[in-house]
Design a protein around this ligand. Structure first.
Ligand SMILES: O=C(O)CCC(=O)C(=O)O
Length: 269
């Protein structure tokens, strides 16, 4: 199976509608892939905090509608990255959306760990509180978004719900690229999952440079693909059966001793 990672820049001067047009041409270049993956908040621009409210859209909004068209046209699953989603109550979420080849929404995930370091995301968006794993041709699939990479308990929860493939849309700054490499590799090996991570690139609002280097890492830690710093499409062959193979050969998940006596759910500081 073939994955296409589409690294997108979201320059501040470009309007989302214009960006969707430009990205459509990039996605057309991903023809032949079974799964096309885009970054976090690429249409709104992750660092365009002042414009989150005006750029928020419902799940039936223009970005997911575009992704549905692309999926039907390519006959592929399209992970639309994430959108600033406005729900019926007016709350804003950072919502990742997977679209199936027939255009139906196959999976959604509202980012749980909204980011507050040099970011207004935590101030403006409501954190999600739900995880779901869906059967897909790429194995039982879950999603986490960007900063969630730093929270291993979320990943273990996904694994406990049956996840074998995890898609990670991101807007991870270049300033912490080594953390990006470390966590994408670490989560794949620790959770024994096939990890497919697509990061944004370019300079966004506030002069923040996004890190690119989208990656696909298998559960043995083999980096199957790593993109560069620029916009473009990176292809990668995957075999979702690798997860069962690695888990059978090296059954670390079966050796867990959790929960521990006297344990607490209090968050340590
Ligand atoms: O954790 C980090 O260093 C980056 C997180 C981030 O940029 C995000 O969640 O969008």
């Amino acid at each position: 199976m073939r994955v296409a990672l589409v690294q997108v820049a979201s320059p501040p001067e470009e309007a989302p509608a214009e960006r969707r047009e430009r990205v459509a041409a990039m996605v057309a270049g991903a023809r032949g892939a079974d799964l096309v993956v885009l970054p976090e908040l690429w249409a709104a621009g992750y660092f365009a905090f002042d414009r989150y409210a005006e750029r928020a859209e419902p799940l039936e909004g223009p970005t997911v509608a575009a992704a549905r068209g692309w999926a039907r046209d390519l006959g592929a699953h399209v992970h639309a990255g994430s959108i600033v989603e406005r729900d019926g109550a007016g709350r804003l979420f950072n919502t990742a959306v997977l679209v199936a080849p027939d255009g139906r929404i196959a999976h959604t995930y509202r980012k749980v760990h909204v980011f507050g370091y040099a970011s207004r995301e935590a101030e403006l968006l409501t954190p999600g509180d739900a995880l779901e794993v869906r059967e897909t041709p790429f194995g039982p699939l879950g999603a986490t978004t960007c900063y969630d990479l730093r929270f291993p308990e979320l990943w273990r929860d996904l694994v406990d719900r049956g996840a074998r493939t995890v898609v990670v849309p991101a807007a991870w700054p270049a300033a912490r690229r080594e953390h990006w490499r470390l966590f994408t590799s670490c989560r794949a090996v620790e959770e024994q999952v096939l990890l497919i991570a697509c990061n944004a690139v370019g300079v966004q609002d506030g002069g923040v440079v996004l890190g690119g280097h989208s990656r696909v890492v298998d559960p043995w830690g083999t980096v199957l693909a790593e993109a560069g710093d620029d916009e473009g499409v990176t292809f990668c062959e995957i075999d979702p059966a690798v997860v069962a193979k690695v888990r059978a050969e090296f059954p670390v998940l079966a050796d867990r001793r959790w929960p521990y006596a006297g344990g607490s759910r209090e968050v340590g500081r």
